[in-house]
Design a protein. Structure first.
Length: 286
């Protein structure tokens, strides 16, 4: 799912989350007082609404962290699977106390990532009849970016740049600091040759200025443009440079944006305003 240089921070993320619940490690007073030490159980994870699941593998790692080798994970559906309300998505068996220690951390991660995948899938469906692909952004939760971008991929979306290092993006503040769009682009090309560059424009005049260059940027971002302006931008560009729409983007606009012919639409809400997907974990009564 990720380029080779990306290390998905699953283990440190899980360790931090477990320490939030139990800074000094077990015991969990509630579970230790109410459940016998040798008790074993099975927990069923089930979807409580329709959508696309992601992060079940991460949830499984939570239980491996809590139970070590004494855990059985079965019936786990692959991340990216579309499920219906009531579908079992995973079963976990092991020592009951430790299952309950890991419950909330596992659910927090799986529900959050599944929410991202489900939201992304809605965009993919809305754009299905167009050439436009949905992108994520850097508007992610600190420490969770790689996992959130993974969830976008599970929903059928495309990852934008992973960080500041893998693509230069010239935005309005850079233009002000550099004294213009072209000086900013040229300065990047001089200091970081070979690095792909995306340039944000807010007017068709700025777009024309970039298209007139012998070497335009690798991508142009159309910021806060109307559907009519984006359509004109696509016509003027004529496929020379991939175009990305951003700013004022809502799902209700998706079909209209796709009809403009832009190559990408970036949606910060996929990660910064996601609604969690409801998954429940219930112990099976013996």
């Amino acid at each position: 799912m990720f380029p080779k240089y990306i290390q998905v921070p699953i283990t440190p993320t899980i360790a931090r989350a477990l320490r939030e619940d139990l800074p000094d490690g077990p015991p969990d007073p509630t579970s230790w007082a109410t459940i016998a030490e040798d008790a074993r159980g099975e927990a069923v994870f089930a979807a409580r609404e329709p959508g696309v699941v992601a992060g079940l593998g991460v949830a499984a790692v939570v239980f491996h962290a809590c139970l070590g080798g004494d855990v059985q994970i079965t019936d786990r559906v692959p991340d990216g699977t579309r499920v219906e309300k009531g579908d079992v998505v995973m079963r976990v068996a092991g020592r009951t106390r430790q299952l309950l220690v890991g419950e909330r951390v596992a659910l927090n991660l799986a529900c959050h990532l599944s929410g991202i995948a489900t939201a992304t899938a809605r965009w993919v469906e809305a754009l299905a009849d167009s050439p436009t692909r949905v992108l994520d952004t850097r508007k992610t939760l600190p420490g969770l970016r790689a996992l959130q971008k993974y969830a976008v991929r599970c929903g059928g979306g495309v990852n934008h740049r992973i960080g500041l290092f893998d693509m230069a993006m010239v935005k309005d503040n850079h233009v002000i600091a550099a004294g213009g769009v072209i000086p900013a682009l040229e300065a990047i090309r001089v200091q970081f040759p070979g690095l792909p560059v995306e340039v944000e424009v807010t007017t068709l005049e700025q777009l024309d200025e970039l298209l007139a260059l012998p070497q335009p940027p690798e991508r142009i971002l159309l910021d806060n443009m109307t559907d009519e302006l984006m359509t004109d931008a696509v016509r003027r560009t004529a496929g020379r440079v991939p175009l990305e729409a951003s700013g004022g983007i809502t799902l209700e606009r998706a079909t209209r944006i796709g009809a403009t012919g832009v190559d990408f639409v970036s949606v910060g809400a996929l990660t910064h305003s996601v609604v969690v997907f409801d998954i429940g974990m219930d112990l099976v009564e013996s």
